[in-house]
Design a binder for this molecule. Sequence first.
Ligand code: GLU
Length: 561
Amino acid sequence: MKKLAFVFVLFVAALSALSAQLPVNLYGRAASGPNGVVAAAKPEASQVGIDILKKGGNAVDAAVATGFALGVLEPNASGVGGGGFMIIKMKDMTEPVVIDFREMAPSKSTPTMYLGADGKVVPNSTIEGGLAVGVPGEVKGLLYALEHYGSGKLSRADIIQPAIQWALTGVPVTVNLASIIKDNYGKLVKYENGAQIYLKDGLPYEVGDVIYNPDLAKTLAKIVKEGADAVYKGEIAEAIVKEIQKRGGILTLEDLANYEVKIRKPVEGSYRGYKVYSVPPASSGGTHLIEILNILENFDVKKLGFQTAQSAHLWSEILKLTFADRSKYMADTEFVKVPLAGLTSKEYAKEQAARIDLNKPLAPVTAGDPWKYESGSTTHFSVMDKEGNMVAVTKTINYFFGSGVTIPGWGFIMNDEMDDFVATPGSVNSVEPGKRPLSSMSPTLVLDPQGRSFMTIGSPGATRIFPTVAQVISNVIDFGFPIQEAILAPRVWQGASGALNIEGRYPASALDGIKKLGHDVTIRGDWDAYFGGVHAVVYDYDKGVLYGGADPRRDGQAAAF
Ligand code: GLU
């Protein structure tokens, strides 16, 4: 008996020694490998990217294939009717390039287009129906990347076929997708073309069902054949214009034909010796990410501790200052002069840091926050390969299921990106024809102090996007967390005024202290999609391994080989 107990003790000891060596993969979202990693909001989409790498494609080929697949697999978040931003750094490039495929205001837009006869914004007009729709950029953006930065070894068919396949074999309805459909039932049921696809006989799909979309497969097959013209000219363009105008919109065939991708220089900054590149306007995200990190650098973050009352206080103060700048200065730089160099300068950050009292909250730094922050769709994915080629893409149709307007016969949903403008005249971000609505999307690349490709990262989540990206970067650089743990850690968010939002799992020990410091606190869900969904890849050069981290706040899952 004694002998048996001894053997058992030995067995348990051996097991625990073994498990100590196993990489931790809480919630099963992470993946690692020496050759390449794709981290996206759907496991099937990450796998599409890995299969492309295995076929000899490069990181851009993988990203574009993943991007098209996400439009099918996560139809609530992005797709043919949407737009976004991509940042690419191939190993032979000295500086990354940004592809801005953000939507544009239609040529017939005006600053007063959302006002009713009473001079007030017509409720819902910026978020539902035809008038909410901006000129989409996704197909032109993804194909621009493929044509200019792809390996050239794989055809458009190789890249898009997996997305077509998923549209035909059906999208698995996960717990996450089922609850998004339920939450948006009111919108889906109103638009019969979308309801036919995203509802099951007029009712929400259940977990375990699959959603088929042969019409979308047809659209994608046409893109394979004709390239971007398939959507921006000809019968699909005509169908888009007809449906949007029927739903009260103003989009024209010329708007579609004239849509242009913009190639931009990234905004750049540094954080404790790491170089940070991100996207410039029409997104505010990259600029404010750098502003936040610059201010943060003035504090001994480690000494304040991980997720203590003091650290939450510091984040709250930095975010208040940053959001005050955002509402005053930020808009499409082709229409408005924005002090980009100032906002990203270390000296300005010092001045801002000096305004922060570590013992007392700043009074609200503006009278009110004009930004609505309850949207919450969008998707981010990251790709890195063993050469250190990096791609980060954030793309969206804005709100879950966008404007609700689905193009009959072609199976895709149009965005409601016009809601990212200020719906009244007089703001830097008021509507103007051809202007791009201000985004928060922040696909970001980080180089290590030796100048090597280190991290690709980004998130959905409207105005939580760049604060979330900043927190995950700090978790990795300041606290040394592996990327998956850095993503799992609870987050905080604060606007220029209003309560400090704290994710439910934040240490209870810190909460009393946060309140004592004088903060109003809103406690949100334990795993709250409000705080985004980060998908990132980090290169560990000592081990020669790429680590992908993905977010359980979405259906995130990395894949590797
Ligand atoms: N449309 C938002 C933006 O561009 C993103 C929406 C979201 O992530 O919820 O900033």
